[in-house]
Design a binder for this molecule. Structure first.
Ligand code: ADP
Ligand code: KDG
Length: 322
C-alpha cells in the first residue's frame, strides 16, 4: 500500500506579482491544497498518491505532468471527457496581501464521485488525507470524502483532515454542517486557530483566546477525533490528543515571502512525522519546518525541502552554503 492517499482539485494557477486591474505578467503553475501536501511528502521520500480528476485539456496535462515530475503517484488520477480543469488567479493586491479568484464551478474535479475513487481505495494506504476544500466542491466530491473516510477507518488506516476553510467556496455554517458528521472517522484533525469555530459550530468568529481554543479542541476530541493539531501562523502550532498529551512549539523565524501554501506544507511535515513514527513534539517540529519553508519561498510548493534539506533553515540568516 501507499504511504498516503489524497484527492481533491488541482488547478491551473496564474500568479501575478501585482494587481490584475492594471495588467501584470503572470507566472503559470499548478495549485491545489491536497496536491501541495502530496508534493511535500514526495519530496521527503514518501509514496504519495493523488487521485483527483482533471479535464482533457492543456491545464490538465500541466497538472499531471507537474505532479509526475515531482514524484507524486498519479496512476489513479483521472481525466474527465468533457468538463474542464479548474483555474485560479492570485494577485498580490498589496505587499503582504494576496487575493484569489477561482474558475472552478462545473470543473472536472467538482464532478468527482465515489466510484472514481474506488480503485485508489482498493490499493490501500497507511494514511488517507482529506481537506474541507474537497467537501465544498459539490455533492459528488463530498460523498467521495465521506465514502473514503468510512472505508479508511474500517480498514484501520489513519485518517487526517485539514479543515482548510475557503469562504469563497461556502459559508462557515455550510462547512460545519458538512464536516461535523466526518469527525468520528478522523484520527488527526488539523485546523488553523481561526477555523476551530467552523468545525465546532461555536458561533462568533475566532475562539476566545487560549481558553476558547482549549474548549474547541476539547469538543473535537469528545466528538471522536483522536488528535487535534492547531496551526497558529507565525506563532507556530500546538497538538493535543485524547491521552492528554499536549505540546506547543513556536514557528521558525524566517523572512516571509509568500504565506499561501504554508498550511499544506505544515500538513506534509506532520504526516511525514506520523509515517516515520516520530513522537508528537517531533511531528510538530517537522510541520513547522515545512511551513517555514513555504512562507520563506514563492509559490505554494516550489520551495519545499527534500529530506536532506530539512536542516537548511538552521543556517545563519544571509549565509551562503558552499
Ligand atoms: P494556513 O496557511 O493554513 O492558514 P498558517 O498560516 O497557520 O496556516 O500557517 C501554517 C504553518 O506554517 C504555521 O503553523 C507555521 O508552522 C508556519 N508559518 C506560518 N506563518 C509563518 C511565519 N510567518 N513564519 C514562520 N512560519 C510560519
Ligand atoms: O492552500 C493553498 C491552496 O489554497 C491553493 O493551492 C489552492 O486548493 C486551493 C484552494 O482551494 O484554495
Amino acid at each position: 500500500p501507499a504511504d498516503v492517499l489524497t484527492f481533491g482539485e488541482t488547478m491551473l494557477a496564474a500568479q501575478l506579482p501585482g494587481t490584475l486591474a492594471v495588467g501584470a505578467q503572470a507566472r503559470t503553475t499548478v495549485a491545489g491544497a491536497e496536491s501541495n501536501v502530496a508534493i511535500g511528502l514526495a519530496r521527503l521520500g514518501h509514496h504519495a498518491v493523488w487521485a483527483g480528476l482533471v479535464g482533457d485539456d492543456e491545464p490538465g496535462r500541466l497538472v499531471l505532468r507537474t505532479l509526475r515530475g515531482e514524484g507524486v503517484d498519479i496512476t489513479r488520477a483521472g481525466t474527465h471527457a468533457t468538463a474542464p480543469t479548474g483555474a485560479l488567479l492570485r494577485e498580490r493586491r498589496v505587499a503582504d496581501l494576496a487575493r484569489v479568484h477561482y474558475w472552478r464551478s462545473h470543473s472536472a474535479a467538482s464532478l468527482l464521485t465515489p466510484a472514481d475513487l474506488a480503485p485508489a481505495l482498493g490499493d490501500g494506504a497507511r494514511i488517507l488525507h482529506l481537506t474541507g476544500i474537497t467537501c465544498a466542491l459539490g455533492p459528488g466530491p463530498l460523498e467521495a470524502v465521506r465514502t473514503a473516510a468510512a472505508h479508511a477507518q474500517a480498514q484501520g488506516w489513519t485518517v487526517t483532515l485539514d479543515v482548510n476553510h475557503r469562504q469563497r467556496l461556502w459559508t462557515a455554517e455550510e462547512a460545519g454542517r458538512a464536516l461535523r458528521p466526518l469527525l468520528p472517522h478522523i484520527t488527526v484533525l488539523i485546523a488553523s486557530d481561526d477555523e476551530l469555530p467552523v468545525v465546532t459550530g461555536v458561533p462568533g468568529g475566532t475562539p476566545d483566546g487560549e481558553d476558547g481554543e482549549a474548549r474547541a479542541v476539547g469538543a473535537l476530541l469528545d466528538a471522536g477525533v483522536r488528535e487535534v493539531v492547531v496551526k497558529r501562523g507565525g506563532e507556530g502550532a500546538a497538538v493535543r490528543d485524547r491521552q492528554g498529551t499536549r505540546h506547543s512549539l513556536p514557528a521558525l523565524r524566517v523572512p516571509v515571502r509568500d504565506t499561501v501554501g504554508a498550511g499544506d506544507a505544515f500538513c506534509a511535515g506532520y504526516l511525514s512525522g506520523l509515517l516515520d513514527g516520530v513522537p508528537p513534539a517531533g511531528r510538530l517540529a517537522r510541520a513547522n519546518t515545512l511551513g517555514a519553508f513555504a512562507v520563506a519561498s514563492d509559490g505554494d510548493w516550489e520551495g519545499l525541502p527534500r529530506r536532506d534539506e530539512l536542516g537548511l533553515l538552521d543556517a545563519a540568516p544571509g549565509s551562503a552554503i558552499r
